[in-house]
Design a protein around this ligand. Structure first.
Ligand code: ASP
Ligand code: MG
Length: 406
């Protein structure tokens, strides 16, 4: 009986050791026995990718990105082979491939490459032979045969892109939590599992710090309407479905709260208040590949103003170096860095139709004596940068105030 195709993706924690690899194999085989065709995407075992990065740093702190990709892609190559072996042991046919072998063609931006196209013929051939196809996540290859990687967490993207290309019924994302929660359950025990969430909310949550899925992968899922089910590899419970639209009985204004401690703030003091100054700073940063996130500039009363912005901590050193150089050129004051910050965000499509959400958020923070250093908003989210030490308390108070607690 042929039931259609499912793409299953297993994250690093789901294959962290031999026991878990065997468990994944069991699950995959059980789906096979139910009559599904399966394409399985796997991440590197446990913290392998972090360990490889650390190793590279010990050899050369400024390792070139092509060689980084060469190194990091090995992690996933280990997982696919081991999973294939585990499945063989259970008496099923399976075959493992690297990204290059299954024709995942990317551009040349090493360490964050974009998928240009997928030549899925090989996968289709193998599926026809009745085999389970196992694909190394997080990697592709350029037209020049250079191995690339798709950005951290990129196995999600591999899975979603394959699900789209192969017109899979569903893309299951297996992880070490039971799904998407109203907030991080490690911060707030009363966090609830969300049964269904929209692509937009999920995208916002992922970009703002929920670490369950890579943001880029959700963008692609949204663009092509790929049905996603995020669930645990340690249980059979249903997780969270990511869908186009959620029909909710009651008005939900805020669906989730995220906390992100991966950013640092840079402040350029006493910037001359004339046209073109911000352009200079951010142009230099972007051409060096630094991703700038929140930006705040005040109107000045003294012909000088401060500009603050956030960058990801790993890019902080580079960002400061560049900013100081530009600052010197345009004769600003000091350039300061602050790593002790956290971003707390509330997310929900309901915000579009409900006034007063921001005020309510600021009120909660004020009542907790938390000072807001920066604010940014989108259609469906509001973020505040606050001191790191207040972060957890802020999340718990907001979670309660917006009625998300169990
Ligand atoms: N192993 C890669 C990483 O840790 C890709 C992934 O896990 O999706 O970023
Ligand atoms: Mg990983």
């Amino acid at each position: 009986m042929h039931k259609g195709l499912i793409v299953q993706k297993f994250g690093g924690s789901s294959v962290a050791n031999v026991e878990r690899i065997k468990n994944v194999a069991k699950r995959v085989v059980s789906y096979r026995k139910k009559g599904y065709d399966l394409v399985v995407v796997v991440s590197a075992l446990g913290d392998t990718t972090d360990e490889l990065i650390e190793l590279a740093n010990k050899v050369n702190t400024e390792a070139c990105e092509r060689e980084m990709d060469m190194l990091l892609s090995t992690g996933e190559q280990i997982s696919v082979a081991l999973l294939a072996m585990a499945i063989h042991k259970l008496g099923c046919e399976a075959i493992s491939f690297t990204g290059a072998q299954v024709g995942i063609i990317t551009d040349t931006s090493h360490t964050r490459a974009r998928i240009i196209k997928i030549n899925a013929d090989k996968i289709k051939e193998e599926l026809k032979k009745g085999r389970i196809v196992i694909v190394a996540g997080f990697q592709g290859v350029t037209l020049n045969q250079d191995i690339t990687t798709l950005g951290r967490g990129g196995s999600d993207l591999t899975a979603v892109a394959l699900a789209k290309e192969l017109k899979a019924n569903e893309c299951e994302i297996y992880t070490d939590v039971e799904g998407i929660y109203t907030t991080d359950p490690r911060v707030e025990q009363k966090a609830k599992k969300i049964r269904e969430i929209t692509y937009d909310e999920m995208l916002e949550m992922a970009s703002l710090g929920a670490q369950v899925m890579q943001a880029r992968s959700i963008e692609v899922a949204k663009k092509f309407d790929v049905a996603i089910h995020v669930r645990s590899s340690f249980s059979n419970n249903p997780g969270t479905k990511i869908v186009k639209e959620v029909k909710r009985m009651e008005d939900v204004v805020v669906s989730g709260i995220t906390l992100n401690k991966t950013e640092a703030k840079i402040t350029v003091c006493d910037v001359p208040d004339r046209p073109g100054v911000a352009a200079k700073i951010f142009k230099e940063l972007s051409s060096a590949g630094v991703n700038v996130d929140m930006i705040v500039q005040n109107v000045s009363h003294t012909r000088q103003t401060d500009i603050s912005f956030t960058v990801n901590k790993p890019q902080l050193r580079k960002a400061i170096k560049i900013t100081r150089k530009v600052a010197k050129n345009i004769k600003t004051g000091e350039v300061l860095a602050d790593e002790d910050i956290a971003r707390v965000s509330i997310i929900g499509v309901g915000m579009k139709t409900h006034p007063g959400v921001a005020a309510k958020m600021f009120e909660v923070l004020a009542r907790n004596q938390v000072n807001i250093e920066m604010i940014s908003t989108s259609d469906i989210s509001i973020s505040c940068i606050i001191k790191k030490k207040f972060a957890e308390k802020a999340v718990r108070s907001l979670h309660k105030k917006f009625g998300l607690a169990k």
